[in-house]
Design a protein around this ligand. Structure first.
Ligand code: NAP
Length: 314
C-alpha cells in the first residue's frame, strides 16, 4: 500500500466525474480520477447531443466528453485505469481497494453512473448507438421525426419516453410484457389515451431486425399469451426497462435506496452519510439522468470536497 494520501479521488469519467475533476483541479487539489470499464460514461454511446448548453449546432457525445477530459487534464488532473472492488470508509484517510492495491484519500467523489438495463435480444447490441437502438428519448428522439418507433417497458420511464416521442414520431408502439403498466396512474393514463401511442400488451421483444443493413428496420415481438409473433415496422427502438446503478462496491457503507441508487443526505444532492465522501451523477439520480444535471452534481461535489479540505486540512 502506497503511503501517499490523495486530496481528492474521483471515481468515474462520465460528465459528473469529469466536471468534478475540472473544478477540483482548477482549485489546485491535484485530483486523481479512476477510470472504469466505460471511459466517458453513457454519453459516449450517444451520437449527437443537441441539448447541452453552449453547442447550438449540437455536439458529438464522444467529443463532448473528450473536451471535458482535455479541460480537466489542462488543470492538472491525473487519470488512472482502475476498478474499485471495495472500500473502507471507517477511518481517515478513506481507503479504496483495487484488487491487490489500496489508494488512500482525504475526500472521495463517486460518479460511477448507471447502466441501462438491456433486453439482451439478438440485434440489440449490434444496432445500439446511432443505428436505431437507444436508451434515451431526450437525447435521440428528435432523430425520428415522422417515423414509427417502439418503446420497451412498462414503468414511468417507458411512459415518459413514449409521451416525449409523440412530439416527433408518427407513431409510438409501447411494448410491455404484461397487460397493465407499472407506471404511476397519471403517466399510464396519459400514455394509454394518447392518439399517437399504440399499446402492445402482453408482448416481449424477440429480435431487432436490420443487422445486415446496419440500421433498425423493425422489431420482432411475441405475444406471451398467444405465442403469435409479428414485426413492428419501426426505425427506432427505445429501451426503457430500468437502470442498474453502479453502486455495488460502495454500499454499504454508503446508504442506497430500494433501487440501489445512492441516497444523498436530506437537502443535498451530493452529501452522503460519510463525511468527505460525495456522490454525483446517475449513480444517485434516477429522475433526471441528463448530461447537464450530472455535470451540475459533479460541480457541487467538487465544491463540497474543496470546502471539507479547507476545514479539515487539505
Ligand atoms: P421500473 O419502474 O423498474 O420499470 C421497468 C419496466 O421494465 C417494468 O414495467 C418492467 O416490467 C419492465 N421490464 C424489466 N425488465 C424487463 C425485461 N427484461 N423485458 C421486458 N420488460 C422488462 O423502471 P423505470 O421506469 O426506469 O423507473 C425507475 C424509477 O424511476 C421508478 O421509481 C419510477 O417511478 C421513477 N421514475 C419517475 C419518473 C417521473 O416521476 N416522472 C420518470 C421516470 C422514472 P414489469 O412491470 O412487468 O416488472
Amino acid at each position: 500500500m502506497s503511503n501517499t494520501v490523495e486530496n481528492v479521488v474521483i471515481i468515474g469519467t462520465g460528465c459528473a466525474g469529469l466536471t468534478a475533476a475540472i473544478y477540483s483541479a482548477r482549485a489546485s487539489l491535484n485530483p486523481l480520477v479512476l477510470e472504469g470499464p466505460l471511459p466517458g460514461g453513457q454519453l459516449t454511446t450517444t451520437s449527437e447531443v443537441e441539448n447541452f448548453p453552449g453547442f447550438p449546432e449540437g455536439v458529438d457525445g464522444f467529443q463532448l466528453t473528450q473536451n471535458m477530459r482535455e479541460q480537466a487534464t489542462k488543470f492538472g488532473t491525473r487519470f488512472e485505469q482502475a476498478l474499485v472492488t471495495s472500500v473502507d470508509f471507517s477511518s481517515m484517510p478513506r481507503k479504496l481497494v483495487l484488487g491487490e492495491r489500496t489508494i488512500l484519500a482525504k475526500t472521495v467523489i463517486i460518479a460511477t453512473g448507471a447502466s441501462p438495463r438491456m433486453t439482451g435480444i439478438p440485434g440489440e447490441k449490434e444496432l445500439y448507438g446511432g443505428k436505431g437502438v437507444t436508451t434515451c428519448a431526450t437525447c435521440d428522439g428528435a432523430f425520428y421525426r415522422k417515423m414509427e418507433v417502439a418503446v420497451l417497458g412498462g414503468g414511468d420511464s417507458a411512459a415518459e419516453e413514449a409521451l416525449f416521442l409523440t412530439r416527433f414520431a408518427s407513431k409510438v408502439y409501447l411494448v410491455h410484457r404484461r397487460d397493465e403498466l407499472r407506471a404511476s396512474k397519471i403517466m399510464a393514463d396519459r400514455a394509454i389515451n394518447h392518439e399517437k401511442i399504440e399499446m402492445v400488451w402482453d408482448t416481449i421483444p424477440v429480435e431487432v431486425v436490420g443487422v445486415p443493413e446496419g440500421s433498425v428496420s423493425g422489431l420482432k415481438v411475441k405475444n406471451v399469451k398467444t405465442g403469435a409473433e409479428s414485426v413492428l415496422p419501426v426505425k427506432g427502438i427505445f429501451v426503457a426497462i430500468g437502470h442498474i446503478p453502479n453502486t455495488g462496491p460502495f454500499a454499504p457503507p454508503l446508504e442506497v435506496d430500494e433501487g440501489g441508487y445512492f441516497k444523498p443526505q436530506p437537502g443535498s444532492q451530493v452529501l452522503t452519510n460519510i463525511p468527505g465522501v460525495y456522490v454525483a451523477g446517475d449513480c444517485s439520480d434516477h429522475i433526471y439522468r441528463q448530461a447537464i444535471t450530472a455535470a451540475g452534481m459533479g460541480c457541487q461535489a467538487a465544491i463540497e470536497a474543496e470546502r471539507w479540505l479547507a476545514e479539515h486540512g487539505g
